[in-house]
Design a protein around this ligand. Structure first.
Ligand code: COA
Length: 284
């Protein structure tokens, strides 16, 4: 789909890059010639991913243990990376989410998700952004949000408020930093099966069928489709896209929003026929 050197020599950090969508993006970016750094909380998981992707792509990937909630730790990680040169691209992918009835959440439960998703994104964006602006280094940030930032969603409220904040950050800085060479964009994915998300967000396997029915395409997205979109958005090939949130969900949120969207499954053939205008016979 892309030329093999689309991201040649680009230095890219992916937060939460050890698993799921982050790992999928790391693989694709390496295939396209990038120098990839991944960070995450679990050292062993990062090391395994780095070794696996290194074997598969023949490229070297650097793994840096870091909890993005901790501003000081993020600052130190970014300083370490900058010692051999600036990053060109930051992907704020680290996330945390779970299903819960909101009235039962403790303050620490809110803090855990807001800390990773919103504060983590701010920490990494500010640490890189200040350095880029100071050096006049052109760069791009890709944030990973979700389709329910516009509608909100019951049972994932800490995630909904955090991801909505990330979209506000994306659009605000796209304007504030755009004239200094920094592009900010986001992808809002619908359901893409990964262990981290689906183990927390799909409590019963049967719910998978219902989830697919909610989607006009009748299926989930794939990590590969997601990684291709990410590669496009961070590449110089789309350097006029700034401040955009690209939805990749097969049309799921539109189907949920449309008042009559589910009629296709609810009405019978006979009922559709009955709604057609009656042909009146011409009397000449
Ligand atoms: N329902 C209600 N509260 C929950 C919860 C759940 N399913 N899971 C965690 N919490 C609460 C904990 O009870 C704790 O609050 P308390 O101290 O008042 O009891 C608080 O959240 C922090 O939990 P803890 O497990 O200590 O935090 P953590 O930093 O280790 O984990 C999470 C962070 C909770 C976001 C965890 O789900 C995680 O690590 N997720 C990362 C991966 C992920 O979510 N991927 C999917 C992305 S879509």
């Amino acid at each position: 789909m892309f030329s093999k050197d689309l991201l040649r020599s680009k230095r890219i950090l992916i937060t939460g890059g050890g698993t799921g969508l982050g790992k999928g993006m790391a693989r694709r970016f390496l295939e396209l010639g990038a120098n990839v750094f991944i960070c995450g909380r679990r050292k062993e998981v990062l090391a395994e991913t780095a070794a696996e992707l290194g074997r598969q792509t023949g490229a070297t990937i650097r793994a840096l243990p870091c909890d993005v909630r901790n501003g000081q730790a993020v600052e130190e990680m970014i300083e370490t990376i900058w010692k051999d040169g600036p990053l060109d691209i930051l992907v704020n992918n680290a996330a945390g989410n779970f299903l819960a009835r909101t009235e039962e959440l403790s303050p620490r439960a809110f803090e855990a998700v807001i800390g990773i998703v919103l504060v983590g994104t701010i920490n990494a964006t500010m640490a890189c952004g200040r350095r880029w602006l100071k050096a006049g280094h052109p760069a791009t940030v890709l944030n990973i949000t979700t389709t329910y930032t516009r509608t909100g969603s019951a049972y994932v409220v800490p995630s909904a408020v955090s991801k909505a904040g990330v979209e506000a950050l994306t659009r605000s800085l796209a304007v504030e930093w755009g004239n200094r060479g920094i592009r900010m964009n986001a992808i809002a994915p619908g359901p893409v099966p990964t262990e981290g998300a689906f183990s927390r967000l799909l409590p019963r396997p049967e719910l998978e069928t219902l989830a697919k029915q909610r989607n006009p395409l009748g299926r989930f997205g794939t990590v590969e489709e997601f990684a291709n979109l990410a590669a496009f958005l961070v590449s110089d090939g789309c350097s006029y896209i700034n401040g955009e949130v690209v939805v990749m969900d097969g049309g799921e949120w539109l189907q949920g929003a449309g008042e009559f969207s589910t009629l296709g499954r609810q009405l019978t053939e006979k009922e559709w026929e009955a709604m057609k205008p009656r042909k009146t016979s011409s009397t000449g």
